[in-house]
Design a protein around this ligand. Sequence first.
Ligand code: HMG
Ligand code: MG
Length: 307
Amino acid sequence: MERIHITDVAPRDGLQNQRVPVLTGAKLELIRRLAAAGVQSVEATSFVSPKAVPQMADAAALVPQLKTAVPGLRCSVLVPNLKGLERAHAAGAEEIAVVLSATETMNRRNINMGLAEATEVSEQTLAAAQRLGLRTRAYVAVAFDCPFEGATPLDEVVRLARRMHEAGAGEVVIADTIGSAAPGQVKARLAALREAVPVDRLAMHFHDTRGMGVANAWAALEAGVRRFDASVGGIGGCPFAPGAAGNVATEDLVLMAAQSGFDAGISTDGLIDAVDYAEAQLQRPLGGRSITWLRRQREKARETQTG
Ligand code: HMG
Ligand code: MG
């Protein structure tokens, strides 16, 4: 089976928009369960303004605990600017992600900068992170549609992806922020993006608003992409992008990949343990499209074992 790499963004993208406050210890337990399921990399938190995203206010307390709670797990943190990088580095983060949106309005709503300034700040933050010896990722958000400006011009997405690659981003993460993409568009956009960024440096970050997350991931797999973001239980959404639903569920992506000959190294039973925990914390049912079926399979296997 060919290997794919999944970054579980539930601790950051999944939790940032939740109404129920989640304690630092509970975030660590969610991350611990993800690692126990075989997840090799997570986006653990973000160093943003606590006024803008109160749920991530404990980032500086969470990060120093990761090394002992989940040794060996690759933990990235989102930073919107140099101040975020400074805070992340002081807390001991070893990998950061910058977030650049491909339209003027989305940048203003998300990080209070225009497109030109956001591009420069992302480049400066990537350069500073590399000087500190950190691994880096760069999101190109609203890479299909913008909730404020409509369809995002492909040229602009390619231009910004190239700039992030040239600025040294280890991964350029193409994000369907509001989950409006369809597989044909993924194929077309990736054909152009692959000309600007080597495909092994590209990752896809799909939100599942219209139920096309898994189909979109398949289109990306067929286009040669092997790196994906996903969120256990399908939780997620940017608070500043109206209409954004959760990310494609990690359990759906792992299942689709496995049945199609790709190994993510992640156990779906382990992911169910993480979904169970997230449900208890957020006090509501969660899970991707496959969760009922996966739970039934696990029950059947347990019944067989106990005879
Ligand atoms: P601002 O108000 O323009 O910042 O916010 P400022 O530079 O004018 O500073 C104002 C105050 O914020 C100052 O403090 C700064 O020190 C402080 P004061 O003097 O008033 O006490 N500040 C910070 N504090 C903590 N951490 C920082 C930081 N920077 C400045 N890094 C800012 C600009 C970017 C901070 C703000 O707009 C913000 O935090 N935005 C939140 C962005 C966010 O978290 N969005 C959601 C994540 S992105 C996403 O979900 C999309 C993604 O999943 C991909 C996809 O799906 O598309 C990644
Ligand atoms: Mg997102």
